[in-house]
Ligand binder design. Structure first.
Ligand code: NAD
Length: 427
């Protein structure tokens, strides 16, 4: 099939390259010239395992452009995978989805064949039918479900293992209202062996929010219990190993630490809260989930103070800046909150991350430009009075922490075994 993907970020690029691997031809569209140029040179603009090799192997089966018309007229299915960030008040910002819908509609004006438009961006229930559909209809002069197909297909991939997740997902959810669109998407996803759940459009939109809200809740719940465990001298990891053996609960994604970050959970949980309030519901669990998460990273500083009571003038090492290992993504990383607090307390900060230092500097100039960057984890250890572990990159398991004060937010076993003074946040 010929596929176009609007928005070539973490989701768009991985999804598009996944479709290429399955034998389709893909045209990527983005507004960012740098990304277009890099993709056309078979260089991934983001770090994601296996992506570079895949882009090299399938060169010629995909291309990138700024031109919507070229992409739409030369494809049968278009995925919208642009960002849906939070506004200041936590509500969802649909600017990019609206822009993409307008451009798609304009291009469809010139197209006679049945074209399927699929919303892959995470959008609140009702958005595809009440925002995307009327814009495309207005701009194209065509009717949805008669002249063009429309669907919502949420993405569940995890950054760091995104390609693997795309090709081996737990499930594929497809929200459709018309048979023709259902057939097209059924055929496109046929090579992937996973349960396929067909729903109506707004149910598909809600499944994504409910999934993210549940996962965020699972972690915040674990952290709340973990904080109690810490005070009682109990290892919360053992507790959740025991709890997770209950098959109704499952051991996955059930670990204590310094909380969740990233480009999805924070904005999606907040958007769901705003939506609930707008329609007259008070989502007390979701609000508590966010509150626990906002407090959790500061536990690391609390523990640090037990061993270094006065931070002014001290050099504090930070291992990890990405919101999780194996990615260069720093959106809503716990590292930002922690480093900001360290700087406020007058500490000097030396940080290291294998992939995310450039992004950190660029995304958070207020703190990113006030800290020093080391070229290895070892350099951080050598030059600091105490070390905080913020992201559990595998290479931090290889370091020798002897003689050091280590406050660990993620449980790096080597640190636990070799540090002079070791404190885990919930163990
Ligand atoms: P991203 O910021 O990495 O990528 C978005 C891309 O869209 C950028 O390259 C941007 O330049 C481009 N863009 C913006 N406006 C455009 C326009 N009008 N036309 C063409 N391109 C445009 O975002 P992402 O992390 O890939 O997320 C995309 C969507 O997928 C979001 O709704 C997100 O919630 C959802 N999602 C993300 C993940 C994840 O792990 N990152 C997982 C599941 C779902």
């Amino acid at each position: 099939m010929r596929v176009s993907v609007i928005g070539s970020g973490y989701v768009g690029l991985v999804t598009g390259m996944g479709f290429v691997k399955l034998g389709n031809e893909v045209i990527f569209v983005d507004v960012d010239e740098r990304k277009i140029e890099m993709i056309n040179k078979a260089q991934p603009p983001i770090y994601e395992e296996g992506l570079e090799e895949l882009m090299r192997e399938f060169r010629g089966k995909y291309r990138a452009t700024k031109d919507y018309r070229e992409a739409i007229l030369n494809s049968d299915v278009t995925f919208i995978a642009v960002g849906t960030p939070s506004r200041e008040d936590g509500s969802i910002d649909l600017t990019y989805v609206e822009q993409a819908s307008r451009e798609i509609g304009r291009a469809l004006r010139e197209k006679d064949d049945y074209h399927v438009v699929v919303v892959k961006s995470t959008v609140l229930p009702g958005t595809t039918e009440n925002v995307v559909k009327p814009i495309i209809e207005r701009e194209s002069g065509k009717k949805a479900f008669k002249d063009f197909g429309l669907a919502m297909n949420p993405e569940f991939l995890r950054e760091g293992v995104a390609l693997k997740d795309f090709l081996n997902p737990d499930r594929i959810v497809i929200g459709v209202l018309d048979e023709r669109t259902r057939e097209v998407l059924g055929e496109l996803y046929a090579p992937i062996d996973a349960p396929k759940l067909f729903t109506d459009i707004k149910t598909a939109e809600m499944i994504k929010y409910a999934s993210n809200a549940f996962l965020a809740t699972k972690i915040s719940f674990a952290n709340e219990i973990g904080n109690i465990c810490k005070r009682l001298g109990i290892d919360s990891w053992k507790v959740f190993e025991g709890v997770g053996l209950d098959h109704r609960i499952s051991p996955y994604f059930f670990r204590t630490g310094i909380g969740w970050g990233g480009s999805c959970f924070p904005k999606d949980v907040k958007a769901l809260i705003r939506k609930a309030e707008e329609i007259g519901e008070n989502p007390i669990i979701l609000k508590a989930v966010v509150e626990v998460n906002e407090r959790q990273p500061l536990k690391l500083i609390e523990l640090l103070r037990r061993h270094v009571p006065e931070l002014r003038g001290k050099t504090i090492g930070v291992l990890g800046l990405a919101f999780k290992p194996d990615t260069d993504d720093v959106r809503e990383t716990r590292a930002y909150v922690i480093i900001k607090k360290l700087l406020e307390e007058g500490a000097r900060v030396v940080a290291y991350d294998p992939q995310a230092m450039e992004n950190f500097k660029r995304f958070y100039p207020d703190v990113g430009e006030q800290i020093e960057y080391a070229s290895s984890g070892r350099e951080v250890l050598e030059g600091s009075d105490a070390v905080l572990i913020v992201t559990e990159w595998r290479e931090f398991e290889e370091l020798d922490y002897s003689g050091k004060i280590v406050i660990d937010g993620r449980r790096v076993r080597k640190a636990e075994e070799t540090a002079e003074i070791y404190e885990g946040v919930c163990w």
